[in-house]
Write a protein that binds this ligand. Structure first.
Ligand SMILES: *Cc1c(COP(=O)(O)O)cnc(C)c1O
Length: 417
């Protein structure tokens, strides 16, 4: 979807210098490991290609995505930008049966293998191309999601050995994922220790089959931050690159030295006075406690503003008289929501010169509170009963992403994805 800046009222401003800064900070936390920049789901809503190019320029060694389709799209875009494939290895880890593996192998996409049937499909594609597929064997270390269980792994290792000997695959990596790396409780720490132990025995199973993957990787951002013992040869950095903490209760962005890269904002489309005791939005779940100034923000649940933010989501309006910190009142609608701009005097009417804010003033839903005194994605997550990952990654496709550098200049061309 392509939408010119200026024709859609809201926008997500993504500071690519913050992305680069965050990767440097995280490099310092895992200095001896390769760094994979995870750009799945449109770079968590931040725009896949601009973030991937920024990450590579900032020194990221690998790119990671979930779906093979995402990897193919990314490879095509990087090729078009003249990025050499060997300086931008891509791993895709979702492996559905019947995937067009040949296209993936031709695009030099590394693939994750958890099951012998996946390996058989990939090896068949590689045989027909006459070109080995690059794979990372995934061990199930305690998520019970993808990955080969300790019981299944010996058979998978034997099959990988055969495919390596036959020239159909090259074993690049062995990997897994931690389920409680953000949990500092004794149970959380024991869980991570158990993941590491199962991973280690998985590596031994592979070694007994004569398989010695050069890149062992177990940690996402939380592991990179809080579990040096799980860094291995590479860490996979997602949420931290976007300047958000995997768990703000453990340590927040500012404490970690991370800068939230996305600012979500929209101009007020209405500022008016509503009489006391009037219902606001669907269901009338909020009533004006007094005669009130109400603002209207053109973002709704179709844009990814969760309806759970009704009567709660924090918003700061950048008004001439200074920032107004307020929140959503009434229910979030599909395309818009109402905010409270404070009490109106009896002599004030909607068009008053001394209105607290004006049509066109910018309402910021979230950004970097340490820099701009605006709400955070973490606050939105809290009021919505979810995590910051969901707040940014569910941002709707119709919201334009505007990529800037620190100084505020738009990056390359229109600065648009
Ligand atoms: C999404 C994902 C990551 C990145 O996780 P963050 O917590 O965002 O750093 C890493 N590895 C896998 C397998 C993932 O699915």
């Amino acid at each position: 979807m392509s939408r010119a800046v200026g024709t859609y009222p809201s926008r997500a401003v993504v500071d690519l210098d913050a992305v680069a800064h965050n990767l440097r900070v995280l490099r310092g936390r895992a200095p001896h490991s390769l760094q994979m920049a995870v750009v799945k789901a449109g770079a968590y809503g931040h725009g896949q290609l601009p973030v991937a190019l920024t990450a590579l320029a900032a020194g990221a060694d690998w790119l990671g995505v979930a779906q093979v389709e995402e990897a193919l799209e990314l490879r095509a875009a990087l090729d078009a930008h003249g990025v050499p494939r060997d300086s931008a290895p891509i791993l895709a880890w979702i492996a559905p049966s019947g995937q067009d593996w040949a296209r993936a192998v031709e695009a030099d996409i590394d693939l994750s293998v958890s099951w012998t049937w996946t390996l058989a499909e990939i090896a068949a594609a590689a045989r027909s191309l006459g070109h080995p597929a690059r794979i990372h064997v995934k061990v199930d270390t305690g998520m019970s999601r993808a990955g080969s269980t300790p019981e299944d792994l010996p058979a998978l290792a034997a099959a990988v050995r055969t495919a390596v000997d036959g020239g159909q695959v090259e074993l690049v990596g062995a990997w897994s994922h931690l389920s409680r790396a953000d949990d500092p409780s004794p149970e959380g720490l024991a869980s991570t220790a158990e993941h590491v132990a199962i991973f280690e025995s998985g590596l031994e199973v592979l070694a007994r089959a004569g398989l010695h993957p050069s890149i062992r990787h177990l940690s996402a951002t939380a592991g990179a931050l809080w579990h040096p013992e799980a860094h291995y040869d590479m860490v996979r950095i997602g949420i931290g690159m976007y300047g958000l903490s995997p768990d703000p209760e453990v340590e927040g962005s500012a404490e970690l030295g991370l800068r939230p890269a996305m600012r979500l904002e929209a101009p007020l489309t209405s500022v008016k006075v509503v009489a006391a005791d009037r219902p606001v939005s669907y269901g009338g779940t909020w009533r004006t406690p007094t005669r009130r100034w109400m603002g209207l923000v053109p973002l709704g649940y179709a844009d990814g503003i969760l309806r759970a933010a009704s009567n709660a989501g924090p918003v700061t309006v950048l008004a001439d008289g200074g920032p107004i910190a307020t929140h959503v009142v009434g229910r979030v609608c599909m395309d818009q929501f109402v905010i409270d701009l404070g009490p109106a005097r009896d002599d004030q009417a909607s068009a008053a010169e001394d209105a607290p804010a004006r049509v066109g003033d910018t309402a910021v839903l979230f950004g970097d509170p340490a820099r701009d005194r605006v709400p955070s994605a973490d606050q939105w997550a809290r009021v919505c009963g979810t995590i910051n990952y969901e707040i940014v990654s569910r941002l709707g496709e119709r919201v334009p992403r505007v990529h800037i550098h620190e100084g505020g200049n738009t990056a390359g061309g229109e600065g648009r994805e």
